[in-house]
Ligand binder design. Structure first.
Ligand code: FPP
Length: 242
């Protein structure tokens, strides 16, 4: 698979519920099928040597507002994923990291996540970042609090607070800016995802629900990305204005 220059792919995995409802099944069947898509996408991206892949697995809003049975199912799937996928992650040299308020997750789930992070910490292939109990505004609030604490302790001058200082206090300071953001299931919004890191991302929305996503959809999105003219606020083609 040709990445067409994408270094950081981020995905809003939406439509598990709709996928299940369209088949007359309960929502948790959609989440289960979503795990198969996660496995396939991670493996394809790792084989293509994508440097960084971030998946929006659970927003803070999902965690707080979904019925407790659905949250329970998602937590169980996440825990099983952490245990079952270790051999595949190791085989493909994937390094797992996480972003979000992880400390609020059930301890049994968190323990397996931490084990997988530790096991894969030295892998040098794709970095897979799972956004869990994640919110972009929350990430900015947490970064602002960290900065305020350092300033109060006299370790940081307010004049030295620049974009780099803020970036260093995000959940994953080494996370590069997002090149391509894919959203499945058709909605045209960013849903509080990586607000800082998507500033110049190209956005690709598909009507396909997440459980149906496989390599052809990734190839379509990478192809579309290659046709975009990324200007970063500059002029067309990146050249000097005449
Ligand atoms: C959105 O579908 C998806 C989620 C809220 C959870 C995503 C979870 C998975 C893909 C499976 C678990 C992940 C891992 C990494 C093990 P939705 O329920 O909002 O769908 P709807 O908008 O059609 O209702």
């Amino acid at each position: 698979m040709d990445l067409r220059g994408v270094r950081h792919l981020a995905i809003i995995m939406d439509g598990n519920g709709r996928w299940a409802e369209a088949r007359g099944q309960i929502r948790s069947r959609g989440h289960r099928a979503g795990v198969d898509a996660v496995r396939e996408v991670v493996t394809e991206c790792a084989r293509a040597h994508l440097p960084w892949l971030t998946l929006y697995a659970l927003s803070t809003e999902n965690f707080r507002q979904r019925p407790s049975l659905e949250v329970h199912t998602l937590m169980a799937l996440l825990r099983r994923f952490m245990i079952n996928e270790r051999p595949t992650l190791m085989e493909n040299a994937v390094r797992l990291v996480t972003a979000g308020r992880l400390h609020e997750l059930p301890p049994r789930v968190l323990a397996e996540i931490r084990r997988t992070e530790a096991l894969t910490a030295n892998n040098r292939g794709t970095t897979l970042c799972l956004a869990l109990n994640y919110g972009g505004r929350g990430e900015l609030v947490d970064a602002a609090q960290a900065i305020a604490r350092e300033a109060r302790a006299g370790r940081l001058n307010p004049e030295d607070i620049d974009e780099a200082a803020l970036a260093q206090r995000m959940y994953c300071p080494s996370m590069p800016d997002v090149d391509l953001l894919i959203r499945t299931a058709g909605d045209l919004r960013v849903s509080n995802f990586l607000l800082w890191q998507i500033s110049y991302a190209e956005i690709f929305v598909t009507s396909m629900c997440w459980p149906d996503v496989r390599r052809p959809l990734l190839e379509e999105a990478f192809g579309e990305y290659a046709r975009r003219d990324r200007r970063f606020g500059g002029v067309q083609g990146g050249g000097a204005a005449s």
